[in-house]
Structure formats: C-alpha cells, structure tokens
Design a protein around this ligand. Structure first.
Ligand SMILES: [Zn+2]
Length: 181
C-alpha cells in the first residue's frame, strides 16, 4: 500500500485538496487552497547492506512490525543529510551492531507498489561478534544452504540474497537493477 493521503497543508495547516495543479502538471497533488502550496510525494529510499564473513551472510531477526520474527538484511529508511552508503552503514550498526568495511553498490530494487527504492551495498564484516539493537531479536551468520528462505521478511532482501550467492559462485560481483512487482 502507498502512503496515506496528506490531509493538511505543511505550510499553513489548512485542509488540502487533491487536484492537478494549474502549472502544466499531469498528476493529482495535494494542493492547499489557502496558500497554494503544492505537496509533492515521491518514492522513499531504503538503504542496507549484505554483510559477509567468509562464505556466510549476516541476517537480523526482526523485533519490529511489519514481519516481526522474520529474517532480513540490515536496512532502513535513508535519513536527510546522509549519503546512501552512509545510511546503509548506519543501519548495519544500529540493527546488528556489526563492524564493517563498506564495499560497492550491489542491488537497486524499485518497488513501485509501495513507492520505494531499495539499495543494498556489499559490506565486509571485520568481526563475527555482533551487538544487535532494539529492532533486532538476534543477528546470525548463514551459509547459502542455511538461509531460512521461507522466513525472509521482504522480497527485496530475498532477491538481493539470490543475486549475492549467484555472483559469489560466479566469482564476480555486478550491480543488479530489479523491479519488484
Ligand atoms: Zn497552506
């Protein structure tokens, strides 16, 4: 599901109306009838990592909804003022308490159904000791055959893991651009 509709103007607090602005735009926007502010809504970025240690990858068991108790790669919404790589590194520290060296961008996944773009970087773990934050029940390393495929929280994480192990077998990592429908 996409975000819930905007109800009030961020500038003056008046109730907004959804209509096509008179400036040549072709989409309906939340327009304020009092101060004419147009509220544009655009996709959000989710940034994360594929932390690896030898032939194993680090997954986090979610302690938050949605998908409580399911496994995910460390990832979260990008914050204002940070780069995609900085956000991915921050989420990895916050969720897994992992020490990492950031590597290259690995997957770019558009999820138009929910208005999001997910970006995952490969990251080399510098230690196999983890200190999960409050959003994580436990952080654990998995080989490809140990991955709990039926318990993965999100399609973007599943696709990224599939790409990772396929590239690892091929001995060459590329950037993968995917659309999750
Ligand atoms: Zn207004």
């Amino acid at each position: 599901m996409l975000r819930s509709p905007i109800k009030h103007c961020r500038n003056c607090g008046a109730a907004v109306v959804y209509r096509v602005p008179d400036d040549g735009d072709t989409r309906e926007r939340a327009v304020c009838p009092a101060c004419d502010t147009i509220h544009y809504e655009n996709p959000l970025n989710v940034v994360g990592t594929v932390p690896h240690w030898g032939d194993r990858v680090l997954l986090c068991k979610r302690n938050i909804e949605p998908r409580w108790g399911k496994w995910t790669l460390p990832a979260g919404f990008m914050e204002l003022g940070e780069s995609t790589a900085e956000g991915a590194a921050r989420e990895t520290v916050e969720e897994a308490g992992a020490h990492i060296a950031m590597e290259d961008l690995f997957t770019v996944l558009s999820v138009p159904r929910v208005g999001q773009v997910h970006l995952f970087y490969r990251a080399r773990l510098l230690s196999d000791h983890f200190a999960p934050g409050h959003e994580t029940i436990e952080a654990q390393l998995f080989t490809e055959s140990e991955i709990p495929w039926d318990e993965i929280a999100f399609r973007t994480v599943r696709e990224t893991l599939l790409c990772y192990f396929a590239d690892r077998r091929a001995g060459r990592f590329e950037v993968h651009s995917l659309v999750i429908t």
